[in-house]
Design a protein around this ligand. Structure first.
Ligand code: NAP
Ligand code: MG
Length: 496
């Protein structure tokens, strides 16, 4: 008989760093201000964190500028840069249990998800880009005339990196990996909801041998610290992940200096189930698509298109599975779903649930808060959803699935593409030709076939349409951190 051992609960993590990290030093905000970061499972304050603003960003940019313009980082042997990035990955791996617990405490995600998902993906990303550090090079080009022409790939300079709260450690890795490999220096602002792990990673980067000033982390708020990064003339490029609304503000502000921008924004991704699919796999995929990370994924499969002939039976499965999901303490290893990240997100999601009911969709399961402490929401499935309803058009960023019925291929493609977003999509079918045909016709940056949320550091990720500009990960993810310089040398002999 199988024996069942009691699941081990991780120890409460230590909070090591709560100050700004500027030029290799830990420092309070110039203003002396701090803000609270809270545990979304209990609504209790975890720690007071330095509230950086424009004055601190000024110091951080000066440090990053000095490190870029005069420091060793962009000038050292590229292979050595790669080794330092690998060391950072190793140090993160050594602390994986503690980092997973810290991530879970600050964000609310199940600690088992952080341990098995976020952090391994972050390690994969850092190690992948460490490998690129010494493989970034230009070309020789056979131009007309008696010339030797070649290109150099040079780092773009100081990168301002502004990240959200949904995958704090992973977003650090996606931003630091390519920037460091390219030889850039960094001023990062983590999200106000989840500042703790980025600060810890800055400490580990220092231990790994990243020189002072190469990575600076300014915790604080978007309209103050974030805007100061965007506006500072010492920042060459801004990489932003978050909402389309904030991206528009950043674009307007960056316009005056024609700053390079990359955006990874939201989505309303279609997850399409054909009648000939492996329905067990598709039902599991529908759950991963919408419920991963409490629904707080830019690529969430929030529009589930189901072919009419299997609609009722398939939806019954998805609903039943949703009822089985265990919502609760993120530190309990049996938990599938933790709380939403904060009250604002909780309220926004509950607002969409109310809107769905008012607009006439059927709430087939869920729709309510769980408990009275912490920001927990039941896994929620709406059926009888019409394309024009808010729950079918807008990004909810929570555990709320909208099911749409389809019967015809052309109609399906038109409806799936009828969105301002274009981040991701998935298709479930046993018909290979149909899978490739749909993959070609969907206007999205990533299409998964018979899977969902499969990420790899080597595979580019990013959006069509209003889901963003540029790509992260893969070789494409390096591009935004590089400039191309063309050098043309006359080969005419100097006259004696
Ligand atoms: P957000 O405002 O776009 O936040 C993302 C980051 O941008 C945070 O670090 C934020 O700082 C910063 N920021 C805010 N205003 C800024 C400004 N004027 N200049 C520079 N930086 C600024 O997103 P949110 O308010 O946290 O979430 C709202 C919605 O955005 C969600 O409901 C979801 O739909 C979407 N979202 C998408 C993603 C994604 O992965 N694509 C991630 C998170 C959220 P603060 O810490 O002050 O907020
Ligand atoms: Mg915000």
């Amino acid at each position: 008989m199988a024996t069942v051992t009691a699941p081990r609960r991780p120890a409460a993590p230590k909070i090591h760093q709560t100050q700004l990290f500027i030029d290799g030093q830990w420092t309070p905000a110039r203003s002396g201000k701090t803000f609270e970061t809270i545990n979304p499972a209990t609504e209790e304050v975890i720690a007071q964190v330095a509230e950086g603003d424009a004055a601190d960003v000024e110091l951080a940019v000066r440090a990053a500028r000095k490190a870029f313009d005069d420091g060793p980082w962009p000038r050292m042997n590229a292979r050595e840069r790669g080794r330092i990035i690998l060391r950072l990955a190793d140090l993160i791996e050594e602390e994986i249990e503690e980092l997973a617990a810290l991530e879970s405490l600050d964000n609310g995600k199940p600690v088992s998800d952080a341990r098995a998902g976020d952090i391994p993906l972050a390690l994969d990303c850092l190690r992948y880009y460490a490998g690129w550090a010494d493989k970034i090079h230009g070309q020789t080009i056979p131009i007309n005339g008696n010339y030797f022409c070649y290109t150099r790939r040079e780092p773009v300079g100081v990168a301002g990196q502004i990240i959200p709260w949904n995958f704090p450690i992973l977003m650090v890795a996606w931003k630091w990996g390519p920037a460091l490999a390219a030889g850039c220096t960094i001023v990062m602002k983590p999200a106000e909801q989840t500042p703790l792990t980025a600060l810890r990673l800055a400490r580990l980067a220092q231990k790994a041998g990243v020189p002072d000033g190469v990575i600076n982390v300014v915790t604080g708020f978007g309209p103050t610290a974030g805007a100061a990064i965007v506006n500072h003339p010492g920042i060459d490029k801004v990489a932003f992940t978050g909402s389309g609304e904030t991206a528009q503000i950043i674009m307007r502000q960056a316009a005056g200096q024609l700053k390079r921008l990359t955006f990874e924004l939201g989505g309303k991704s279609p997850n399409i189930v054909f009648a000939d699919a492996d329905l067990d796999a598709a039902a599991a995929g529908a759950h991963v698509g919408i419920y991963l990370n409490q629904g707080q994924c830019c690529c969430a499969g929030s529009r589930l298109f189901v072919e009419d002939t299997i609609h009722d039976a398939f939806v019954a499965r998805v609903v039943e599975g949703s009822r089985q999901r265990r919502v609760g303490d993120p530190f309990d290893p049996g938990t599938h779903q933790g709380p939403q990240v904060d009250k604002a997100q909780f309220d926004k999601i509950m607002g969409y649930i109310e809107a769905g009911k008012k607009e006439g969709a059927t709430c087939a399961t869920g729709g309510k808060r769980v408990g009275d402490r912490g920001f927990f929401i039941e896994p929620t499935v709406f059926t009888n959803v019409k394309d024009e309803m808010a729950i079918a058009r807008e990004e909810i960023f929570g555990p709320v699935l909208s099911v749409l019925k389809f019967s015809d291929m052309d109609e399906l493609i038109r409806r799936a593409n009828a969105t301002t977003f274009g981040l991701a999509a998935a298709v479930w079918t046993r018909d290979v030709a149909k899978a490739h045909d749909v993959a070609r016709r969907l206007r999205a940056g990533t299409v998964w076939v018979n899977c969902y949320d499969v990420f790899d550091a080597a595979a580019p990720f990013g959006g069509f349409k209003q889901s963003g500009f540029g790509r992260e990960l893969g070789e494409r993810g390096l591009e935004p951190y590089l400039e191309t310089k063309t050098v043309t040398v006359s080969l005419d002999q100097p006259r004696a």
